[in-house]
Ligand binder design. Structure first.
Ligand code: COS
Length: 386
């Protein structure tokens, strides 16, 4: 792996950083407090092509590679983890599977709209199936040229505003994971109801909803890939998504280090800036070292994806590591701020709440360990080989 970023990747970083510092950071506190990304910011993100990042150029997207995507996602998350996940879900787990598994007709139908106008979401989790996704019970029955879906989904990021959902449902009761099929469901599909907004600890500016499907009718042409292939679609989609979450965690960790080091220079106690004390220096040194390690793992997973080298377990390692580093760095940043870190006056309080979710969504840290352990213990069984 070449550790030197290309000129284009450096330009991408500069562009994303300037956008994040100029347009997102000044309102990041308000986005969290008001639990909403303002329409004006959504429009600017759209106009600056952040919603087109992973969409191939032939469908009106930017077509950045995975390394470039990680760089952008880290910069966005450094300003606001809520904005970063909104962009990340749209790109990597909504547009991503359409680009990878869609027919030409499906790609031509949805990708240009997702690049320019529409928002995407991914609906896998159900109230009764989280880590055990293959146990999902939402049913899809074929009736002529339609499927009729019944069931419910939860923890659907972007669901409140999404125009199209990549949704997993069961087409066969007999087989567990081999009975699952992926569908593309538009917001106005008859029988699809956007349920209640979920009140969360962190990333409060990003919306998370439940979905209810009551005799929801979906044209058969909206089936993504073959019947029974949905579990693989979901797993491969999540492999890519996990790189995005790792990058988001990196952004939170870097923001925590930035804030902690600024405060360590500015805050005086016992006649010195607190950064003069080793107790603080050790925390700063640990944060910096762990962040660099997590960044290398994340870039490695992204680079492997770009080279078409099986990267699934590397995406899991990147997410496992980067999310733990985000939680540690946010915790240290609050500690260095002392009592002030526990107030809404300082952003570290938000980083602390936002960091936790990176250990939970798109596969908990325990699930990442299962994927990693399988790749070591059973490397040839074909599992986790995206
Ligand atoms: N890429 C491609 N195929 C994969 C895969 C991957 N990364 N991981 C598993 N598969 C395939 C396997 O090859 C196997 O295929 P066949 O039996 O058809 O050959 C099939 O999927 C089942 O694999 P496995 O037996 O390992 O599945 P499990 O039900 O035991 O689940 C875990 C494996 C736990 C890793 C999976 O359910 C998982 O990732 N769960 C977490 C889900 C998640 O992230 N939820 C968050 C949703 S977004 S908020």
């Amino acid at each position: 792996m070449n550790l030197q970023l290309t000129e284009q990747q450096e330009m991408l970083r500069a562009m994303a950083r300037s956008f994040a510092e100029g347009e997102i950071a000044p309102i990041a506190h308000t986005i969290d407090a008001e639990e909403k990304i303002p329409d004006s910011l959504r429009k600017k993100l759209r106009d600056s092509n952040f919603f087109a990042l992973l969409i191939p150029e032939e469908y009106g997207g930017v077509g950045v590679d995975a390394v470039g995507y990680v760089i952008v996602m880290e910069e966005l998350a450094r300003a606001s983890a809520a904005v970063a996940i909104t962009v990340s879900v749209h790109n990597s787990v909504a547009a991503g599977p359409i680009a990878k598994f869609g027919t030409d007709a499906q790609k031509s139908c949805w990708l240009p709209r997702l690049a320019k106008q529409w928002l995407g979401a991914f609906a896998l989790t159900e109230p009764g199936s989280g880590s055990d996704s293959a146990a999902l019970t939402t049913r899809a029955e074929r009736r002529g040229e339609e499927y009729v879906l019944n069931g419910s989904k939860t923890f659907v990021t972007n669901g409140k505003y999404a125009d199209v959902f990549v949704l997993l449902a069961r087409t066969s009761q007999e087989q567990k994971h081999r009975g699952i099929t992926a569908f593309l469901i538009e917001r106005n599909a008859p029988g699809l109801k956007i349920g209640k907004n979920i009140d969360k600890m962190g990333i409060r500016g990003s919306d998370t909803v439940e979905l209810v499907l009551e005799d929801c009718r979906v044209p058969a042409k909206n089936r993504l890939h073959d019947e029974g292939r949905g579990f693989r679609v979901a797993m491969q989609t999540l492999d890519g998504g996990r790189i995005g979450v790792a990058a988001q965690a990196l952004g939170i960790a870097q923001a925590s280090l930035d804030a902690a080091s600024r405060y360590a220079r500015d805050r005086y106690q016992f006649g010195h800036p607190i950064g003069d004390f080793q107790a603080i220096q050790w925390m700063i040194a640990e944060m910096r070292t762990e962040i660099e390690g997590a960044r290398l793992l994340t870039l490695q997973a992204a680079w492997m994806k770009d080279q078409d080298i099986p990267y699934g377990p590397y995406a899991s390692m990147a997410k496992l590591k980067a999310s733990a580093v985000a939680r540690m760095a946010a915790d240290r940043a609050v500690q260095i701020h002392g009592g002030y870190g526990y107030t809404k006056e300082f952003a570290v309080e938000r980083y602390y709440r936002d960091a936790k979710v990176t250990e939970l969504y798109e596969g908990t840290s325990e699930i990442q360990r299962i994927v990693i352990a399988n790749s070591v213990l059973h490397p040839k069984d074909g599992k986790g080989t995206t």
